[in-house]
Design a protein. Sequence first.
Length: 201
Amino acid sequence: MPNSHDAPAKRQYLSSESRRESILRVADEVLTKEGVARLSIVEVARRAGISRQLIYQHFADLNTLLIEVIRMRCAEVQLSLDISEGARELEIRDLVERQLHRVLTLPNRDRQLMRNLFGDITALPRDLWVTIAEIRQTVVARWTNVIDPLNTPAPLSYAKIGPIIHAILGACDLIIDGSITEDEAVDLLMKVTESFFVLPW
């Protein structure tokens, strides 16, 4: 009697929406664990146990797939950082402190996503630059709204948020290697933020 473990797995039939979601999840896993360089239609198809043609039915090319993975992950990270709950009862300073604590404790894969988004854009395929710039603007607009909610975001506001985000990523590294505590990192980042934004805190 043949061993059931040796039999090939039956192909799982999914709705179009579920199949698309499944492909995105597999691509996200490759991207998270092995980086952009290892992401390919062939590799995603292999890991998902489907044909390349099936992937192309949902995504025109590799860059389209990569863009959709990044959009999906950004939406999930932004949802995890949603500050609407209890926000009305908090002063701006308290909101910023709370958000900094939440960003500093993001899972490693989410911090890596932020590094990819706010790192050297030239390290990514040129086809992604416009999309990465759009996603950066969305993230920056949300942060600007937290830090300076009474003013309409201006180009200078966007320019100020960039260094703050890089400081946050640097603080994450210092926490990981034990140089500073999370509370010390938040104190440091509040000073960085206050050096860019003069607010009634």
